[in-house]
Design a protein. Sequence first.
Length: 141
Amino acid sequence: MIERFAVDIIEGVNSELENKKAHPGITGGINAANSIIELMKKCVTTLPPLDIVDAFNEVQGHNRLDNMFNKLGSRTINCISDGSLYMAMLWESAWKEGGGDSIPINKLILCDISSLKSLYENKSFLEAFRLTDQGYIDVLR
């Protein structure tokens, strides 16, 4: 559905975001993680996974994607728009918290792939945790 109706979805997202701005207000990793959990809850409420399955199963053949877009298109656009705003908010917040404006322009350079790889392969750098270990799993229900 996304691929078939890409133009409609992009136009819908652009329209929905036209007068909206991301507001950087997140500080710290835990607050960033909590904001993502908030986004997940919002999207699951807006577009429950079973609604997607039901729309897919309602119609067979060539009209399936049309049916899905008619039933789910506006909610899909809403979720993509929300995700875009949250992503912008997180990036703007990280830039602000990290003092991005005070970094000299000549220090803002591309990182080589091996440097980035050494960061994300280092298990002690930004350690991951299970949602169940942090009590977040109940938040999603």
